[in-house]
Design a protein around this ligand. Sequence first.
Ligand code: PLP
Length: 382
Amino acid sequence: MPKRFETKTVHIRHQHLAEDVSKATPIYQTSVFAFPGLEEVEQYYAGERDYLYTRNGNPNQTELADAVATLEQAEKGVSAASGMGAIMAGLLAVLKPGDHILASHEIYGGTYALLHKELSRFHIELECIDLTRLSTLTEHVRPNTRMLFLETITNPLLTVVDMPFWIKEAKNHGLIVMIDNTFATPYLVRPIAFGADLVVHSATKYIGGHSDVTAGVLVGRGDLIDRAREIVVNYGASLSPFEAWLTARGLKTLALRMERQCDNAKQVAAFLCTHPAVKATYYPDEKSASFFHHRKQGAMVSFCLADESKIYHFYRSLNWIKLAPSLAGVETSVSHPVTTSHRAFTEEQRQATGITMGLVRLSVGIEAVEDIIQELNQALSQ
Ligand SMILES: Cc1ncc(COP(=O)(O)O)c(C=O)c1O
């Protein structure tokens, strides 16, 4: 296998089930696999054949999971029907009733809801901590603390905490570390190299890259992934073959897309910083992103309008940048955290966190950067 990231993303290795092979991976759009006889069924249960029933496993799922595992330098991977399905599998592979989990206070709303509303029913206790202010975990680790969970780049304020430090600190306390690497992708950061045990992706975002699929992938330590795969199967969170195929197809251009999107984002952030209609711009700075590969800082930029009363007008004034509450597609898009992902926030929470009415989250695409800047400029200047 070639060594360089850019080559590995393109040469995804798929497992051929037949002698006669097509260059592109076939879509195994089947719910079940046929066997010549009972001996072959026995071979499946003896671990000598791979596929029986698509909820348990399918070549397209394997292709995607193995490709992300390779790029993340992980032992193994498993795909799931969504990023949330992959997060659930990772959490349940580690946590049991009575356990305590530490999570960064800036985590995706869906992950918070899963921990706060669902896993709390299994007596798994969540404690949110501010990793930008703390210097140690000592005061938060209890005898029943099992895991530290954090995101490489947070949403929507795009904070980058010192991940290498926090992984080391968590390991010193004997914790399992799970990182949501959705916003950074393995093009920028490979948390396993810093000692993380599990890395999760909403593959709906940059891994797929075309806003046409919902998928998740969890990669990491072999024993944990084996358990996570059982959870995906038992909870019915398996990814469909076609979605897996589309995601793996999108993944092939990850390095090219990220290179262009990150370069565009840097220029867009510089433009927004100087615009009089913009009060604040949020973009990871070079220092906090110093452990990122390629000396890049991500492809997401958030900014706050100086006059928050113009927020509705701003979105209406955009001609071709779409308002869509997701991110990471090849097309530039914008979302509005206060009315979507952070809808549940009280006014007090909005003011305390800076996630206010005037905040715009911009997912920068692969278009000509001059056009992106021109489009934003005309909407900001109206
Ligand atoms: C950082 C992050 N993690 C996880 C998820 C959940 O992924 P999905 O929507 O694919 O379930 C999202 C979705 O926006 C996200 O932004």
